[in-house]
Design a protein around this ligand. Sequence first.
Ligand SMILES: *Cc1c(COP(=O)(O)O)cnc(C)c1O
Length: 358
Amino acid sequence: MITAETIKINKAPKSRIEEVDFNDLEFGKVISDHMFISDYSDGEWNNVRIEPFGQISFSPTILALHYGQMVFEGMKAFHMQDGNISIFRIEKHYERFMRSLERMCMPPMSYRLFEESITNLIKLDAAWVPKSAGSSLYIRPFVFASEERFGVKISSEYKYIIFSGPVGPYYDKPLRVKVEHQFVRAARGGTGYAKCAGNYGASFYPAHLAKMQGFDQVLWTDGSPDLNIEESGTMNVMFVIDGVLVTPPLSDSILDGVTRDSFLTLAHELGVHTQQRTVSALELEEALKNNILQEAFGTGTAALSTYIQSIDIKGKDYSVPVPGENGVMTRIKNLLMDIRTGKAPDKYNWNTLIKIGQ
Ligand SMILES: *Cc1c(COP(=O)(O)O)cnc(C)c1O
């Protein structure tokens, strides 16, 4: 069994934190002092340890590099107003991580290992959790196939690694998106619900083409002639249609976003009706023409939520209202931020607390 005592900790001799300008954090650039590592072989996660963050070396033959067994998570820790640290919805991230691992034929781990690995790492690097409003410590757990062998097979060895890095507030400019009708991100029966690296690799080319045409992102569809909307870039997507918060229902081609789930829960709390149902591009077009599409936005851990200001449907560009502070999106976002920093009660037990100074 994994406990704080069984994690071998090799502390960095000197922190790098003095070198970091916390007022100018480029997303994904700055890494905290330590990383967690565990090796899987003979059917078990072994050798659990925390080391100074640094390079790791492996053979060019490791299976992850060739056949893509690689899944990850993305979550955040926050500085709370009482000085402690909260980590947002570890359990929900764990459940998804296990579903991703299973889909890629990779071994599960106990909740205990997942939770202890994250909390012990963040405790050690607590000084790296930024204090300014809207900032957070991004946490990246991932597992990849590390068996050294180039023949096609399911790997029998894996590495589980976690590192973290401080990220600043995300200044989100409303997005211009297009309904993608040539490419799909995920197909029925595919890997769309798994957070596997290959899904991202496959989405880059369509996203790149859309950028060249002046869009920020694509609105993915299910590839059917109805153009049923699925996600927006690497975020889940939500619409406010005639006062109701509408989002496509989960399926094997839609990623079960933790932010999506949190938004749906908080919408109820704020008295906003929600519907998880199919939304086609044609319905969006009708709603836009009738002026009942009141908001459109993406949700995800990195930005939390970002407004969509225009949607291109088959070459025709429609603008979408971007309401200010009274918008459904902004009200939910503010409540969510208050829960994470301890300004609003944590009714749903979403925060895992790390007490500082104990
Ligand atoms: C990670 C991810 C999301 C957002 O999930 P969160 O848990 O809210 O961060 C949405 N769509 C895709 C494809 C993703 O990979």
